[in-house]
Each structure stands twice: as C-alpha cells, then as structure tokens.
Design a protein around this ligand. Structure first.
Ligand code: IYR
Length: 220
C-alpha cells in the first residue's frame, strides 16, 4: 500500500521569538512536579478525554499506537486497586527491594501505603499492547515500550498544561491490574497515573534537576 502524503506547515519562529518561546517552555516544564497528595475534587470526563487524546498523538513504531488508557473513577474499583497495590508494595518495601534501592528512595518519603489510589478523582492505567489482537488475529507491534513511554510523557505534559497534577506510580508486580480491569491477553500494564488537583497546601520534596552540562553533550 502506498502512503498518501499531505502538505504540512509550521509557524516559523526566528531569533528572539524562538529563544523566548523555548525559554518559556523550559520554565513551564521545569515547574512540573510529581504530586502524591490529591484533592478529591472531580475532573470532568471531557477534560480527561482531551488529555488522553493528546497523549495518543505521540509518535509510535509504524504508527501502531500500541496503547490503551483505562480511566477508573469508580470508588469501589479504586479501593480494590489500592488494596491490591498496597499488598504488593508492602512486600516490596519489606524485603523485595534491596537496601540500596530503599536508600535511594528514602529522601522522597515514599512507603507501601498508597492513599492517592483512593483520593485522586481518577486513575489512568496505561496498558501497552505487546501485539495487536483483532478478532483472534495477532499482528506485530514495534518499539512498544518506547512508544508507550512517549505517550505517557505527552500525557504528563497535557496534565501539567491543564493545571492538574499526576504521579507516575509503578506498583510491582502490576499484573493485578490486568485482572481487576479484565484486560485482554495482548495488553500489559505499563504505568498507573493518578490525576487530579493537588491537595490543599501540598508539599513536594526539594529535588534538584541536573545542570545542562550534566545532560547535554555537543559535537560542533
Ligand atoms: N513502586 C514503589 C517504589 C518506588 C520506586 C521508584 I524507582 C520510585 O521513583 C518511587 C517509588 C512505589 O511506588 O512506592
């Protein structure tokens, strides 16, 4: 099948306008923080739709878009997810994670308890589609983890743009999510992202981001 090509144009910025735009964008992105305490104030489903559809514009291997975003707002299901996640996290924090890992995390103040799984108005559970399954027919997907990671990055940016906050939570192992959400066999849980407004007077750890000399290498 031959690809059909369409014209594509961009607003071309120059010199100072370009510099200003890039520096404003950096400042905006640098103001994003992971938040672990949420207000229970709901977020409209239409807003969540738009945020997820923004994420779904991410590039993907052969444009297969190998992702499913499950949105849980049902309080009973949120509670079931919390119970199952805390069961795994309790084991992880009490024996499964080596001391070096626990030491690396200690300054973030995380532990096995995950109240945000019930407090946040919505949980977005991102599934990667290891392969495509269409009426029993399997088809290959490519660069699945890279593609879904990019979509999650877009998702976090859209959430930040809307003045909302999120947390990239990775209960481990995560297979309980496939069971609770009754996902098909070609989907594997990838990230659990609670989304909402921050709790009143929320605090975040005093983290530092690396300097540009530490993250960029120029070859000129
Ligand atoms: N999944 C655990 C532990 C955890 C691991 C890393 I790496 C973090 O950056 C943060 C937490 C948890 O969610 O608490």
């Amino acid at each position: 099948m031959n690809a059909k090509f369409l014209p594509y144009t961009k607003n071309h910025l120059y010199d100072n306008d370009l510099l200003l735009e890039s520096s404003h964008h950096y400042a905006f992105m640098n103001s994003r923080r992971t938040v672990r305490e949420f207000s229970s104030e709901p977020v409209a489903i239409e807003v969540i739709d738009n945020i997820i559809m923004s994420a779904s514009t991410a590039p993907s291997g052969a444009n297969k878009q190998p992702w499913t975003f499950c949105v849980v707002t049902n309080p009973q299901l949120k509670s079931q997810i919390r119970v199952a996640a805390e069961k795994e996290e309790y084991e992880s924090y009490n024996g499964r994670m080596p001391q070096e890992w626990l030491d690396d995390l200690s300054y973030l103040g995380t532990d096995w308890q995950k109240p945000f799984l019930e407090d946040a108005p919505a949980l977005i559970i991102v599934f990667k589609q290891s392969y495509e399954l269409n009426e029993g027919q399997k088809k290959t997907n490519y660069y699945v983890s890279e593609s879904v990671g990019l979509a999650c990055g877009f998702l976090l940016q859209a959430i930040h743009q809307c003045g909302l906050v999120a947390l990239t939570h990775t209960p481990s192992p995560m297979n309980f999510l496939s069971k609770l959400l009754k996902r098909p066999e070609n989907e594997k849980p990838y990230l659990l992202i609670p989304i909402g407004y921050p709790a009143d007077k929320v605090m975040v750890p005093d983290i530092k981001r690396k300097e540009k000399e530490q993250v960029i290498v120029y070859y000129q």
